[in-house]
Design a protein around this ligand. Structure first.
Ligand code: NAD
Length: 311
């Protein structure tokens, strides 16, 4: 039985604690949060204990979820990995590329696993639509969310766009040739809405828009490829496909919507992490993949900063 803990039990960490508390093969030993009242509330809900420091928690677990704000991922994960504790670190991996590389070195020295919380990988539309991705040439992603005071320690590229960067790079699998981007701070002192155009060396183009100041939640990816279009609605759990079909010497368009619905993606993510530690198999979302997403995010941020300085 693996002993688990959660550090940072705010909005998302609370759900991590809930999943561990009723998952086979794992025992939730306790939670820690710098906000003691919040830790107590979540611990009571999950029938577990409150640890009073990160160190105390880490001395009692084999695996840990780190769901603090991104700015703290590095310092918290560093202590855990140094003790050989396997970490599920929320996205974005870390605040900077250097911090991510540092954690990867520490993990390798101490034989500890790192999985990153790129949750959309576990969305039903990704498994449902996977067979339909046939060499897309143009990809359009929109990820819009209403404003909350959470995650304002980072910009919208690291907060939201990073999900689509990770998904697109998983589909295209080609080095990046060029990036252009624009973004503006609207409600915070960091970029709240951004648009990036990524050109890959194999000729694929991806347009990514992310906003955390929208009135509605909207999370879609559209893939245009030879003779077909695939639309993924991450919010509804629908996959839409339109294909050119040849019949009687001419062609027409056939389309359908496949409703995959929503399943508990976080449970799938945590369960995959627990299994990979349990049977010492590769993690579902590797540090290498998350580092690649972070590096691309920083290329986008550099372009945005360049434009801002030159406005
Ligand atoms: P939140 O502000 O609701 O929660 C963060 C919690 O961490 C708070 O309770 C805070 O008191 C606590 N905390 C801060 N510093 C700490 C420290 N050093 N040690 C222990 N606790 C500390 O934020 P949130 O929305 O839950 O986001 C947390 C993380 O999860 C962020 O990295 C965010 O990017 C990520 N996130 C991921 C997804 C996803 O789809 N995968 C969605 C939302 C948030």
């Amino acid at each position: 039985m693996l002993r688990a803990g959660v550090i940072g039990v705010g909005h998302l960490g609370r759900f991590h604690a809930q999943k561990y508390s009723d998952m086979d093969g794992v025992k939730l030993e306790g939670v820690y949060d710098t906000n003691a009242d919040r830790a107590k509330l979540v611990a009571e809900e999950c029938k577990t204990k409150v640890f009073t420091t990160t160190t105390e928690l880490l001395d009692n677990v084999d695996i840990v979820s780190i769901a603090t704000p991104a700015t703290n991922h590095h310092s918290v994960a560093k202590e855990a990995l140094t003790k050989g504790i396997h970490c599920l670190i929320e996205k974005p991996f870390t605040r900077t590329v250097e911090e991510a590389k540092d954690l990867m070195n520490i993990a390798s020295k101490h034989n500890a696993k790192i999985q990153i919380g790129h949750l959309e990988r576990f969305n039903t539309v990704m498994s449902g639509g996977a067979d339909l991705f046939k060499d897309p040439r143009f990809i359009e992603c929109q990820r819009l969310a209403p404003f909350t005071a959470r995650s304002t320690d980072i910009n919208v590229i690291l907060d939201l766009m990073i999900h689509d960067i990770d998904l697109v790079q998983g589909i295209v699998k080609s080095p990046i040739k060029d990036i252009d981007a624009i973004g503006v701070p609207v409600l915070t002192d960091k970029v709240d809405i951004a648009h990036a155009k990524i050109e890959f060396e194999n000729g694929v183009m991806a347009n990514l828009t992310a906003s955390r100041i929208s009135q509605k939640v909207f999370r879609k990816m559209r893939l245009f490829q030879r003779y077909s279009y695939v639309g993924l609605d991450f919010q509804k759990g629908d996959v839409e496909v339109f294909e050119r079909v040849n019949k009687d010497g001419s062609f027409h368009i056939e389309g359908k919507t496949m409703p995959f619905g929503s399943t508990d993606a976080l449970r799938k993510e945590i369960s995959a992490f627990v299994s990979s530690v349990g049977d010492n198999s590769p993690v579902a979302v590797s540090a290498e993949d998350a580092l690649l997403a972070l590096q691309t995010a920083y290329k986008i941020i550099e372009k945005i900063e360049f434009r801002m300085v030159n406005l």
